[in-house]
Write a protein that binds this ligand. Structure first.
Ligand code: IMP
Ligand code: MG
Length: 184
């Protein structure tokens, strides 16, 4: 078993780039069907979704746009409040079909925050696409319309996802060693 060391932790293979790309093609096919005539705007959430957004968007054939947003902590507000604002909104998203591209939905808190802020602009609809979904960690009720893989409640890296900022460049998705059989 190939072991990849990132900072102080060891990771082992979990999902290959080939498997990932096969699922992306499947999701793109569904989206190309369901988004026909909707003139959607895809919105990648930085940083984690950049690889997924890129590979997914290459398979999208309906007329559409893509943009990227990032959650940033407010400056000057007590860090205990953990208030984050969404930066980078510049297209007119009012009355548009938005397709949010996320890397991973864990508790769902991040996405909840993003959806609440986007709703202020009164888009026509918000469709959620995530590469990975951890159903055992998920605490929210909103629908995850498309996910490529359902995964256990373990820590993974690669294909855009990081451990303390490292590991995003890996083509495959790796899982923390000795954690892979827990919570399955
Ligand atoms: P949530 O707000 O709990 O849904 O967490 C979402 C965010 O936590 C993601 O956008 C990731 O940045 C990070 N995250 C959650 N699980 C993992 C993981 O297994 N590996 C790397 N990052 C993760
Ligand atoms: Mg993320």
């Amino acid at each position: 078993m190939k072991i990849t060391k990132i900072l102080d932790k060891e990771f082992i293979p979990y999902l290959s780039s080939e498997e990932i790309l096969v699922r992306i093609e499947e999701i793109a096919k569904q989206l190309n069907h369901s988004l026909k005539g909707k003139d959607p705007i895809f919105i990648g959430i930085l940083n984690g979704s950049f690889m997924f957004a890129s590979d997914l968007y290459k398979e999208i054939t309906v007329p559409s746009q893509i943009s990227f947003l990032k959650l940033a902590s407010y400056q000057g507000i007590s860090s205990t409040e953990n208030i984050k604002k969404l930066i980078g909104i510049n297209e007119d998203i009012t009355n548009k079909t938005l397709v949010i591209i996320e890397d991973i939905v864990d508790t769902g808190n991040t996405l909840d925050h993003i959806i609440k802020q986007l709703k202020k602009y009164e888009p026509k609809e918000i469709i959620i696409v995530t590469l990975l979904f951890k159903p055992k960690a998920y605490k929210k009720n909103f629908k995850i319309h498309h996910y490529a893989f359902e995964i256990p409640n373990n820590f993974i890296i690669g294909y855009g996802l990081d451990y303390n900022g490292y590991g995003r460049n890996l083509k495959d998705i790796l899982i923390l060693k000795n954690q892979q059989n827990e919570n399955k």
